[in-house]
Design a protein around this ligand. Structure first.
Ligand code: ASC
Length: 145
């Protein structure tokens, strides 16, 4: 699986020591911070809190699309279920469901990037709302508040 190869490259310590675990937790949190930043700015445009700018929206949707492929790697390091993390034990107890939701996140993100090419709010909005719904659903199952 591609992800095991990727994780072998990035978190390359031989022993699964504390540093590697901390690195993995910080890595996935960093990715999700960027996800939230881009998603939040798009959300403000969707809600009309901020003027819709099609070029900016496309940039953010493309960024989200790239970011959506990244967090999974940070969950593959053994021992990273413990520590300074809001991840629920369910991530490791229900790996198939977690992977399914992560794949959904990726599909939603690429659908949003595609919809953003229209530059049309009526086309973009339902796709954004579907993605937001799935963000929330995954957080309910897998993230502590
Ligand atoms: C965000 C953010 C989330 C999601 C979620 C969508 O901007 O930080 O956790 O959107 O609220 O339902």
């Amino acid at each position: 699986m591609a992800i095991s190869l990727a994780s072998a490259c990035t978190f390359s310590a031989v022993a699964h020591g504390n540093d590697e675990v901390e690195d993995a937790i910080e890595y996935r949190q960093a990715v999700f911070h960027l996800v939230a930043a881009h998603f939040g700015q798009m959300g403000d445009m969707i809600k009309g809190k901020k003027d819709f700018d099609a070029v900016e929206f496309q940039y953010r949707a493309n960024s989200l699309d790239a970011l959506s492929k990244m967090p999974m790697e940070g969950f593959t390091v053994p021992g990273s279920d413990k520590g300074d993390t809001k991840a629920k034990p369910a991530v490791w107890e229900k790996p198939a469901l977690f992977e399914e939701k992560m794949t959904k996140f990726q599909k939603d993100s690429s659908a949003l990037a595609k919809a953003a090419q229209s530059g049309d709010m009526d086309t973009i909005k339902p796709v954004f709302m579907e993605a937001a719904k799935n963000c929330k659903s995954c957080h309910t199952d897998f993230k502590n508040r």
